[in-house]
Design a protein around this ligand. Structure first.
Ligand code: ASP
Length: 335
């Protein structure tokens, strides 16, 4: 209902590149209802391949889309895509150049999940840029799902990853400025870019995903958020679909957000309705939602996509049919 209201008053202010795609996204949403029993299974298959990712990461999503179009598998395309942001030193929320913890250490978190249900994750890793690729190595080359800290770093070197200094001069300066009056107050929609969570569907219709981040800026040493936690920051079930998250990780973890979305889709919800329900689970129990942002994106097996967040300002990328578009997400908190 809220979604229809949104459509009626469609003042889709955004960094939007494509109104057409926005309306396509909304059509998915408009046909959804929030009651599971009223959901209908999707009738038509959307054109493959598809890549979607959190925020306006144009180049990363385009890279994944190009890779998929060349026939690269869903997981490898997603890893290639997010590597663009992991290596982008201007992005202070992912990879090299990411904001440090309050003691000045840049520590990265990432996970991957494949179409066959395998997954891998690394948490609190220093000195390694491409942590999504490292998470894949954990998945394929170890008997484990998750490696942390020094163990993950040592494993990275054994796999040929190179040691890199992740704290850039710009991030160091920003951290030093923060130290003058250190307060832990994450800013909603910080710089309009954040964790990159990506979901891909390849030419075979297989779905995979990855989520990679430097976590909340100036976090406590050792803090790990939702992004590398399978089920919270990312979940894929290739028979149903996938979901990924960005925003205040602690709240995503409490509701196991991405797993929840996939389970809601399993029970018949569209990706859009499932993202809305996952946000509702958080805001209905938590008055503090006014102070933090959480956003979800999701894709189902028919290639339908959806997104929803708490506060205005979140956008996501969608690559399909040769187009790579930035789409504003509907949001819960309408003042
Ligand atoms: N979800 C990430 C974390 O909690 C941060 C973000 O996406 O803003 O580490």
């Amino acid at each position: 209902m809220k979604r229809r209201h949104f459509l009626k008053n469609a003042s889709l202010t955004s960094v939007g590149l494509a109104v057409g795609s926005t309306l396509t996204g909304c059509t998915d949403a408009a046909t959804t209802k929030s009651k599971i029993s009223e959901e209908k299974p999707p009738m038509t298959m959307n054109k493959k391949p598809i890549a979607i990712c959190t925020w306006g990461f144009v180049a990363a999503n385009a890279k994944a889309g190009e890779a998929l179009s060349k026939g690269i598998t869903a997981l490898d395309a997603a890893i290639e895509g997010v590597a663009i942001e992991e290596e982008n030193i201007k992005n202070t929320t992912v990879g090299k150049g990411g904001a440090p913890d309050r003691e000045g250490n840049v520590t990265l978190d990432a996970c991957v999940m494949d179409s066959n249900g395998d997954c891998g994750a690394v948490v609190c890793v220093e000195n390694i840029t491409n942590v999504a690729a490292l998470a894949k190595q954990v998945m394929t080359e170890t008997p484990h799902v998750m490696l942390a800290g020094e163990g993950a770093e040592a494993f990275a070197y054994s796999q040929g990853f190179k040691k890199e200094k992740l704290l850039t001069e710009a991030s160091k300066k920003a951290w030093e400025a923060w130290l003058k009056s250190p307060e832990y107050k994450p800013i909603i929609n910080i710089e309009n870019h954040d964790t990159i969570g990506m979901l891909t569907m390849d030419n075979n219709g297989d779905i995979a995903g990855t989520c990679t981040t430097s976590g909340l800026s100036y976090k406590m040493k050792g803090r790990v958020g939702d992004s590398p936690i399978i089920g919270s920051g990312l979940f894929i079930d290739n028979t149903i679909g996938g979901a990924t998250a960005t925003g205040m990780g602690e709240e995503v973890m409490k509701t196991v957000g991405s797993f929840l979305i996939v389970e809601l889709m399993r029970n018949g919800m569209s990706p859009q309705a499932a993202c809305e329900e996952a946000v509702n689970r958080i805001v209905s129990k938590n008055d503090r939602y006014k102070d933090f942002q959480i956003a979800y994106i999701a894709m189902n097996k028919a290639g339908e996509t959806g997104a929803y967040c708490i506060h205005e300002g979140f956008t996501y990328m969608k690559f399909q049919d040769g187009k790579n578009e930035n789409i504003p997400s509907d949001f819960y908190h309408k003042s």
